[in-house]
Design a protein around this ligand. Sequence first.
Ligand SMILES: Nc1ncnc2c1ncn2[C@@H]1O[C@H](COP(=O)(O)OP(=O)(O)OP(=O)(O)O)[C@@H](O)[C@H]1O
Length: 271
Amino acid sequence: MNMLNETAVEKVLERKMSNAALKMSGKDVCVFYGDKQALHNVNLDVRENTVTALIGPSGCGKSTFLRTLNRMNDTIDNCRVTGKILLDEDDIYDPSIDVVELRARVGMVFQKPNPFPKSIYENVSYGPRIHGLARTRAEFDEIVESSLQRAGLWNEVKDRLQEPGTGLSGGQQQRLCIARAVAVSPEVILMDEPCSALDPIATARVEELIHELRTNFTIVIVTHSMQQAARVSQRTAMFHMGILVEENDTDKMFTNPDDQRTQDYIMGRFG
Ligand SMILES: Nc1ncnc2c1ncn2[C@@H]1O[C@H](COP(=O)(O)OP(=O)(O)OP(=O)(O)O)[C@@H](O)[C@H]1O
């Protein structure tokens, strides 16, 4: 893509973002681990085709909030969530919600790349198979190729699709996990510090990818890196001690934040 086109696409995306529809919305979300309250009445909107970064010092509740968005907290025994999380119009904690289907709509990429101990092909085709998204070999081939293309990995692996996913480099494994998430056509992709186990070159590649993916997906990313939040996101939410202290446009957040705690955090005064 030439520079002019790139700028034009950027402009369209920026416009799209400022008018972007709400995709997910947390309303008065509280999370408890046993008796300990980890999140206090969080109200946070996630807009469509936007990258929202969750930042804040260690233990402030970023990952806890991220996990409420696709009910990953359900897997933690003593964890209790109150309030509402809406995905479009649906309350995802409603008893009628099928959690497997929810996690296909709201996928997740973890801190440490975690490919299945299977071939590259099977890593990507597994989700579409269990969700019945393809039937014939040709349909699976197409999903595998387009997902790997979207994850920017196709050219590196197209001649070794039957080799184990675990044999790839760390950065390639993380892009394989992104391809796996993308393969079931989710609406939202959650990323929990997706670059923390990667070297700077692999990190740059994944950041570039996040930038490209937001054309088609809504992304929420937890990051410890302020530079990363500034580079990849358009909206940023700052947590401190289980409280959402500020949610703002990323540019504003990093130049002229409204809350003193945000200012202190981005200046490296705590955390
Ligand atoms: N499974 C759990 N059981 C009990 N307490 C937990 C559990 N997971 C998180 N917590 C607590 O909840 C609070 C928020 O943790 P969380 O992992 O969400 O923070 P975080 O901002 O993502 O931290 P970090 O940046 O260090 O990953 C912390 O006090 C943490 O100790």
